[in-house]
Design a protein around this ligand. Sequence first.
Ligand code: ZN
Length: 378
Amino acid sequence: MGLGGKEKIKIGEINGKDVFSSVELQEDVNELEYKKIKKIVKETVEEHAKVEDENTNPGFSVLKRQPDFEVYKKAVTQVVLLDEITSLLNKLDADFEGYKNGRGLIGATSAVAWSSDLDKTYELISYRQKKRWNTKRDVDTESVKTMDKSCRTTFDNYDYQNKHNRVVPNSPCPILYGIRGDDVEELMQAVSIVRSEPVDSWLIFETNQGSDDHLQKKNIEDIRLYRSVIVEGAVIHNPYTLDGGHVIFTIKDSTGTIDCAAYEPTKEFRDIIRELSIGDVVEVYGGLRENPLTVNIEKINIQYLKDVVEKIENPICPKCGKHMKSKGKDQGFKCKICGIKSDKPKLRQRQRMIRTGFYEVPVCARRHLSKPLKRVSK
Ligand code: ZN
């Protein structure tokens, strides 16, 4: 069940009062309401933004008309400059303000331009009582596991392998936990299962999380830094592990070659990547990092596994029946007793430890935008 339509659905509680989904969006917000909204937004940002943190550069924009979806699409897939956004906002006669370096305006405006028409998920966010802010959160891990197992349309709740409770944030923000999912009713059920300190307020949001909206299918020659891509190619260098545990391999298509990486934080996912071999064909999903340009893999679709043969033993001398000796790398073999030569070792097909199909990084390493495999069929 979703939030659209005429039906009035409870989507939260703020300060003890029920909040309902808007039955229909108002076409015209009158001037008085518009000013009121702007005042609330400005006061809220200025009261609560942690501007003393060097990475906090908030911004807000209040608009009477939604910017084109393309504004969102560009921001989620590539690089948008602040100038582009401020000139757009001026053109749309918007009220806006950027604080410090002002880049928060980019995210704020792009978010307003988002539309849930293509794909969307929901996140139920619960907030802490103010007196508990900046203290350790109390959310019972076992109950999160129970919730994860029984609410099948929720995702990215718990990483069993790495024992990581993903619904609880690490930052000192007022959020207690966030549960992501595809069904509003099941999110409400999920909350009733999770045991925690008292919840002050909660609200269900429509989001682009788990949508893969950031990814674009590209040929290798068209791949640029800071983009996120889906790229298909054949493995041309076998995977190797760097100091620090990052696993790298190289793929090639008709337009070029590029490195792909399963970085150390992707944990057991690297064991899959290490099994790839020259000649395999893969489709890699991920964002671009530099030096050299490398795809940071979020998931991979292994399309073809090449037969790999390996040497099991040196050839046997047809005369004396003993194993021949190697004459050196690629130099062939020779029987020490009879002097008979051969260049053919005994080979066998190596059993591949992976199968074709999709593999994804574990929950603990997943980006918010990455579509989990459990959503891929949707
Ligand atoms: Zn021999």
